[in-house]
Every structure is written in C-alpha cells, then in structure tokens.
Write a protein that binds this ligand. Structure first.
Ligand code: SF4
Ligand code: SF4
Length: 190
C-alpha cells in the first residue's frame, strides 16, 4: 500500500455530507458502532476510526483502508449509533469515491465481486442470476487460471451442476416487473 498523504482535506467530509447527509460530524466516538460490527475482526481500521479520520480530513487513509471493502453493509452500526451517523451508507460512499478517484482497492476481490454483482443485476434487469454471477466474478477477479491449476474449477462446476439438477440454481434469470425502474436507478447512478 502506498504511504497516505497526511495533509488534511477538509472538503472531503463536506463533499460526502453534500451527497448524504451522513451526520459524521455528530460522532462523539462512543464506539457503539465498532462494538456491534460483525466484521470488525477483519478490518484494519474500526468503523469509529474511519469516521474520525473522515472528520479530520484524512482522505487517503480512509480511501486506502480495507475496512470500507470489508464492510458487509449490514447496518448494525447505523442502528446502534446514538447520533444517527449513517455509517453503513458512508462506507458505500467511500467505496464509490475510491473507485472514481482511481484508488486501488485494498481488497481487490471484494471490489471485483461488487462490480460483477451490479453488472449482473443490470444485465438481468433487476434480479441477480447466480449461475452466471460466479463465472463472471472469477473472470473479473482473474481467478480462472489458478482455479484451473488447483482443480478447484472442476469441483465448483460439479457443485453447480448438482445444484442445477436439484433445482437450486436456474439456467435463466428470473424476470421482474420493475425492470424499467431498475434501469432508471442504474441510469441515475451512472
Ligand atoms: S456509534 Fe455513532 S457516535 Fe458512536 S462512535 Fe460510532 S459513529 Fe460515532
Ligand atoms: S454496516 Fe459495515 S461497518 Fe456497519 S456493522 Fe455492518 S459490517 Fe460493520
């Protein structure tokens, strides 16, 4: 990971709040968010630390941390926060910001999965199609060759075929009625 620039950028939080608001400045560091977070064991910064760094304008540390990619968007933190800081949504905002700013994701596989998931939902018109999502993710994450080498790919395909036979996976995506609305959401979020 490259060394972060420690010069504060106070416009970072202003821009985030203009896109939110997320109420980050209301944080008084009680750590209720972190204490309830089921993914904190895998994070390099705790959720309260991400909020603090954002308030301090430490943009690069926020955008380069693993935490924003590890966050599972479960919203436990947001529910527990006594100050209505919208932590989970802020984590999503930071992910988008990092991608737009060309910051290399600290968890590239998670980033590949996010992108594959959204591309899949866009292609199917609203509902994820699991049978095509996984191969698309392997391709995007550059995992096909290593899976071929280790024999993992063959095992995964076997499992997939088993699930197909049992009717637990469908060959075609499920169509939904709100396709136009989903299309409009993708259009508005670019
Ligand atoms: S729960 Fe809310 S106020 Fe407490 S540390 Fe987390 S964000 Fe800050
Ligand atoms: S939304 Fe993210 S940061 Fe908040 S509790 Fe869930 S995993 Fe942790």
């Amino acid at each position: 990971m490259q060394q972060p620039n420690l010069i504060p950028d106070y416009s970072f939080l202003e821009r985030a709040e203009a896109a939110g608001p997320f109420n980050a400045a209301q944080c008084f560091q009680c750590r209720k968010c972190t204490n309830g977070c089921p993914a904190s064991f895998a994070m390099d910064l705790y959720p309260d630390q991400v909020i603090r760094l954002a308030v301090l304008g430490r943009k690069e540390e926020v955008l380069q941390c693993r935490t924003i990619w590890i966050c599972a968007s479960c919203e436990t933190c947001t529910t527990r926060c006594p100050n209505e800081v919208r932590i989970a949504e802020l984590m999503d905002y930071f992910k988008e910001f990092a991608i737009r700013a060309g910051v290399v994701p600290a968890q590239p596989q998670v980033s590949s999965f996010h992108q594959s998931f959204l591309e899949n939902v866009r292609a199917t018109g609203g509902r994820v199609h699991e049978a095509s999502l996984l191969p698309a993710y392997w391709l995007k994450a550059g995992q096909v060759r290593s899976k071929l080498k280790t024999g993992e790919l063959r095992n995964e395909i076997k499992q997939g075929l088993k699930l197909l036979r049992k009717g637990r996976l469908s060959t075609a995506p499920t169509l939904i009625r709100g396709k136009a609305e989903v299309k409009a959401i993708f259009r508005s979020s670019k």
